[in-house]
Ligand binder design. Structure first.
Ligand SMILES: *Cc1c(COP(=O)(O)O)cnc(C)c1O
Length: 377
């Protein structure tokens, strides 16, 4: 288990190494591989996957790249804890809690209600292993009040206010992790591991992943179309908010190292796709679950109903419309690829705060029933 000390962002812009605090959490570069089954079945010229599921153990996924910079900052500010937000099954909240513990920080997680799914149960049980301080809220107004109360309590407990990490870790600092990912991809292209992509598909949630990635790609002169498949309500993910995060991230990097490029045309390469969202966040869709099954049966890739299945559904739909037969396509897989069995199997949900018991006592949403889902984890 070795993290990566030398990242291309610091190699390319040495001043950033001095001015950005990063704690090594991720095993990088993440692998790229070819999806031959999908290529053949859907008549795509070339289809590769970038597997950010392998960023860390016991839990990988896209959030680890952001947390290297966010928790690095918390440590350099001498915070003793972090406070963050998410839905009950939030991958971000879990990744934050597990990484915080590795770095000696306490994690307070304020979690909102969401549609039930098996991964919600699994992630909640894993919080028991992480030692998170968990709080559940049925309404967003209560969650907002809770944030104030919990940060005061935390300040009294530890003598310092916690560092507040917004949902998804999508601040300019968090997005720097994905600027680095864009540089990392460029090196893998130069090594001949994959061709230059014409299009990249990625799930669009709090947007730190896509905004950082687009900036990183532009910085190294890669100019693919970036397809951000929206998986959260439009009020959270939209072109204006994306532009803001993109330019604030660029400003941060150029402040710390003026040689970082301005990357002016980035926004022109973004397409936000709205038609795969369905009715609400974390509510699985038929197209999304078909994509989960297809990716698993053709290429053995595990996807999920909340994020990556919906992103893959966009890719599949475009391929079926014949749009990808002369394109090099890259699917950016943001989903954790490691099994949490080892840290969850002996856990009992009754050790969780009462708010969360219903996810274990009530049924999961119909499209998540095992007969329906290829991904049993
Ligand atoms: C959080 C998450 C995303 C969305 O990433 P953002 O940076 O919030 O846009 C996509 N896929 C998975 C599996 C996630 O957990």
């Amino acid at each position: 288990m070795s993290g990566c000390r030398n990242i291309p962002l610091f190699a390319g812009y040495p001043r950033l190494r001095q001015s950005l605090s990063r704690v090594v959490l991720a095993e990088l570069p993440t692998p790229v591989s070819r999806l031959k089954g999908l290529e053949k079945h859907l008549r795509i010229q070339r289809c590769d996957v970038k597997s950010d599921g392998f960023t860390a153990r016991p839990f990988g996924g896209n959030k680890i790249r952001k947390l290297e910079f966010l928790l690095g900052e918390a440590l350099s500010q001498k915070n003793r804890s972090v406070l963050t937000f998410g839905a009950a099954g939030s991958n971000h909240a879990l990744a934050t809690a597990l990484c915080a513990r590795k770095t000696g920080l306490r994690a307070v997680c304020l979690l909102a209600d969401q549609p039930n799914a098996r991964y919600v149960r699994r992630n909640l049980l894993a919080h028991l292993d992480a030692g998170s301080d968990l709080h559940g809220y049925a309404k967003s107004s209560a969650l907002k009040r809770g944030a104030l109360v919990q940060s005061l309590l935390e300040a009294m407990r530890t003598g310092r206010p916690p560092m507040i990490i917004p949902p998804g870790g999508s601040t300019p600092l968090g997005a720097c992790g994905f600027v680095n990912a864009g540089l990392e991809l460029k090196l893998q292209i130069d090594e001949g591991l994959l061709p230059k992509p014409d299009r990249i598909y990625v799930a669009l949630g709090t947007m730190g992943t896509a905004a950082g990635l687009l900036l990183g790609l532009q910085a190294v002169g890669l100019d693919p179309e970036l397809i951000g498949v929206r998986v959260v309500p439009e009020i959270m993910a939209n072109a204006r908010a994306f532009q803001r995060l993109y330019s604030r991230t660029r400003t941060l990097l150029r402040q710390k190292d003026p040689s970082f490029p301005f990357a002016e045309h980035g926004m022109k390469r973004l397409t936000i796709r709205n038609e795969f969202f369905g009715t609400k966040y974390a509510c699985f869709t038929d197209a999304g679950m078909e994509a989960v099954r297809l990716a698993f049966s053709l290429d053995g890739v595990h996807l999920d109903g909340t994020y990556t299945g919906k992103a893959m559904a966009a890719l599949i739909s475009d391929a079926r419309n014949g749009e990808l037969k002369d394109k090099n396509v890259l699917f950016w897989n943001t989903l954790n690829a490691r099994s949490l069995d080892g840290i969850t199997e002996h856990r009992n949900y009754r050790q969780l705060p009462g708010f969360f018991h219903r996810y274990f006592e009530e049924d999961v949403q119909p499209l998540d029933r095992p007969a329906e889902a290829a991904d049993s984890r």
